[in-house]
Design a protein around this ligand. Structure first.
Ligand code: EPU
Length: 442
């Protein structure tokens, strides 16, 4: 297992290009199961989670081909490390065999987003066997809302040996349904039902749908494939089912969570970073909170400039579904607020147990106290380098941010968590002046 060694204290300065969105690309790759003919996806980041998803759809009869990086390099991973994300080769996906319909535990256990094949398989193949995803470091993460939505379209489900077995007699049938749950809307649940409804008979209306940009991105691809969808990006999505979908070309939206993480990197190091391929409309609540604490954010000709030059103010923040502050940036914001001038309060409303970073930040000298779903952060003047453990993707990103500013050296073990969701993070940070190095497992 690789580790990162970070020597803190450098002010970051320079340009970073944001990769395509992991959380958009994962369900979109799964949605390719719905189409006849080849789909070409551009901007798919090179990440271990994407490799897991392409492996999964490969096992489900898809031919997957990653083109060489634009600019003529070869497509293997070592050379890919040296070209910017915009030049990542396109990904071609074509369904060649529709007999198989089982998502194995081996893959599902490494990546919960495997559940995204459920809706496409049921709609296109009439059957899906998907291993039930277990809990993960950020909480229980049930899939009941996915199953309920698909049941309303006419699928039947049973559990068998740790698998969800779904079947459809004939064709799925559209209906009007409420999709929300106790914590609000579900992102991947909305996408699963949306994908299934695209091929269902008649009209489906999803009320209480998730409004995240990743849902809209998937809907936009489905529309290019021939689906009839209106209202994506709002809580009510209308889908008029069609008989078939055909391959299309699509570019994945920029990763708003990666962009937000680098904004916080600029802020925590009192640096100046220019972000390319960054959509601020997807980060409206993040920009609001960061400006409130004194970070400067400007947009000019498609480039976003983020800088800060002083000790930051404190803030109160509650994670919410889009357009609210995303849970996927909660840990990183906490890292920043650890150095704020006073007491900040963060409440986690999406995954109330998503606080594994608190203990590790405190090992670096932070003063964070957790009370139920709320963390109370007493700002300190400095953090100190320490050996810490990456526990999940975003918690690990918070530790990297803390390491960038901590006195001395921080060692972060188990960085495979970071590799799941941040494309070449250490290279992007090193390019703007961070002293960060990957120590390979012997
Ligand atoms: N929920 C249910 N039942 C369900 C589904 C969800 O109760 O069937 C609850 C969850 O437990 C949670 C809330 O609903 O309390 C929202 O969860 P959601 O379903 O929206 O999460 P998700 O779709 O499984 C995606 C992202 C997560 C991100 C969440 C919230 C992907 C691959 N994952 O998960 O990303 O935190 O939306 O925005 O898109 C990450 O990238 O680090 C990550 C965890």
């Amino acid at each position: 297992m690789d580790s990162f060694l970070i020597r803190g204290g450098t002010r970051l300065k320079g340009k970073i290009e944001i990769s395509g969105s992991k959380n958009s690309a994962l369900p979109i790759v799964a949605a390719c199961l719905l189409a006849e003919g080849k789909t070409t996806l551009r901007g798919v980041p090179r990440l271990s989670d994407i490799d897991s998803m392409t492996k999964l759809i490969g096992e489900l009869g898809c031919h997957v081909y990653r083109h060489e990086p634009e600019g003529g390099n070869t497509a293997d991973d070592s050379s890919a490390a040296h070209h910017p994300p915009a030049l990542n080769g396109a990904l071609d996906i074509e369904v060649r065999d529709e007999k198989l319909s089982e998502a194995r535990y081996d893959i599902v256990k490494t990546m919960r987003a495997s559940i995204c094949v459920l809706g496409p398989l049921l709609a296109k193949r009439g059957r899906a066997v998907v291993s039930i995803p277990g809990g993960c470091a950020i909480g229980d993460r049930p899939v009941d809302l996915h199953v309920r939505g698909l049941q309303k379209l006419g699928a039947t489900f049973r559990t068998e040996n740790g698998n969800i077995v779904g079947e459809v007699r004939g064709r799925l049938k559209g209906c009007r349904m409420y999709l929300g749950g106790a914590q609000g809307p579900t992102v991947l649940g909305t996408i699963n039902v949306l994908c299934a409804a695209a091929l269902a008979e008649g009209e489906t209306v999803l009320v209480g749908a998730a409004c995240e940009p990743e849902v809209s991105d998937c809907a936009d691809l489905l529309i290019k494939m021939g689906a009839k969808i209106k209202g994506q990006g709002t809580p009510e999505i209308r889908i008029e089912g069609v008989d078939r979908l055909t391959g299309a070309e699509h570019r994945i939206i920029p990763d708003r969570i990666e962009a937000g993480t680098f904004m916080i990197a600029a802020a925590i190091t009192n640096g100046e970073i220019e972000l390319k391929n960054c959509n601020l409309d997807h980060l409206i609540a993040v920009v609001d909170r960061l400006e409130e604490i004194g970070v400067r954010i400007e947009r000019e000709n498609g480039t976003v400039y983020v800088s800060s030059s002083r000790r930051l103010n404190t803030v109160e923040m509650t994670t919410q579904p889009f357009p609210g502050f995303p849970t996927d940036l909660q840990a990183q914001l906490m890292g920043l607020l650890c150095l704020g001038d006073g007491i900040s309060v963060i409440t986690e409303r999406i995954f109330p147990d998503r606080f594994l970073h608190v203990g590790e930040l405190n090992r670096m000298g932070a003063r964070v106290r957790k009370e139920g779903p709320t963390a109370i952060i007493q700002g300190v003047k400095e953090l100190q380098g320490a050996s810490v453990m990456a526990s999940d993707l975003r918690a690990s990103a918070a530790l990297v941010l803390a390491g960038l500013v901590a006195r001395g050296t921080t060692r972060i073990d188990r960085v495979y968590h970071i590799d799941r969701g941040y494309e070449k993070i250490e290279q992007k940070l090193a390019a703007v002046g961070a002293e960060i190095e990957r120590v390979k497992e012997k």
